[in-house]
Design a protein around this ligand. Sequence first.
Ligand code: ARG
Length: 463
Amino acid sequence: MTNSSANQMWGGRFSTGVDAIMEAINASISFDQRLAAQDIEGSRAHAAMLAATGIITDNDAKAIREGLLTVLSEIEGGNFEFSAALEDIHMNVEARLKHLVGEPAGRLHTARSRNDQVALDFRMWVRDQCDAAESGLEALIKVLLDQAEAGADWVMPGFTHLQTAQPVTWGHHMMAYVEMFGRDLSRIRDARARMNECPLGAAALAGTSFPIDRDMTAEALRFDRPMANSLDAVADRDFALEFLSCASVSAMHLSRLAEELVIWSSAQFRFVRMSDAFSTGSSIMPQKKNPDAAELIRAKIGRIFGAQTALLMIMKGLPLTYSKDMQEDKEQTFDAADSWMLALAAMTGMMADLTANRDALAAAAGSGFSTATDLADWLVRVLGLPFRDAHHITGSLVAMAEDKGCDLPELSLEDMQSVHAGITGNIFDVLTVENSVASRISYGGTSPEQVRLQITRWKEILT
Ligand code: ARG
């Protein structure tokens, strides 16, 4: 089934309209209407530049710029009828502008193409998302810093292979995530700086013969400079890919913290208690309090990785410059950005409300022979044994404690001396978890003193 009338924007060489299926596959308005604000801001800057360079009259520019504001308020107020026949946001806005201001609307597209227009709109949208991600990450880091400060000296088990390894502090564990999200922050800032060049003025692909001023539009739209190659400007979407890869790495970090919260809030661990505001109950099991928010953060990450892979696949092997394939860049990126922002906000809310169970952390910190390394280090430091021998002796002592069903500090001095005669009573000093963590004073180590040093450093960075 074809529409009988040709498209009003590009119908010059067409005698009939498009098949309904063609319209369904071709139209992007159902999703790219999210670019309305960017599209209108870009068009207003373009119109002002066209007037400043004498390409259109001041009167026409004025009519266009005011008309565009009306269109924006219609869209923002929900009083705009989007039309799939008009394909995308660019043509929907322009058609409405024509309706509102008449003939001058037709001059707006001088020295411009939808190719540089969409490259601009999408880049500005992604740039806004970089800013949103930056605020989201900063808020999360602040909440983690609060947690770290409250529990800078609370002992807990540190794990490798999810087996008790050595005692660490709650503050140290929180600060590990501060470092990770801190790098996410620096990555997104780097990506933003790199994408902050303006594609507008590249026109369809080759630039234009009109005397446009690309510096003027770049500056008006808060870009550092115009992009230096018109083919590149309309053809690449690496800025979106970089955004998605920043999002992916950060989402990976979020998923690890989410997973820890799921484990820690279980009845078997009881390391943390989530607030009611961030948990749900079960409709059948009255005792349940489920960490749904953490689980959903863990799961949402899949959409973000998926979007990155999808966009890489969309872009892979496309010949320069624009191909319609690239219209498929948006939905993926929109969905990933929404998921990332929501996951950041949910994690921030959850961590702000989270109560660490100091007693359960401490009890777990001392179990599982967590100070075995301290014992081995003592044998090296005090008795001068080679570390490999000390490791062996400690292994025998752990086996002995296991046999007796006790922990290392509960072995008697005689027990110890039966394995190595040189051991003295001083060894018991290093077997408490508090002394163990306090002794880890190497830079970046888990001692409360080192943890507080890093908290102070991060607070300075964030102010
Ligand atoms: N809706 C299109 C997109 O998102 C706009 C660019 C169309 N350009 C073209 N030459 N058909 O990519």
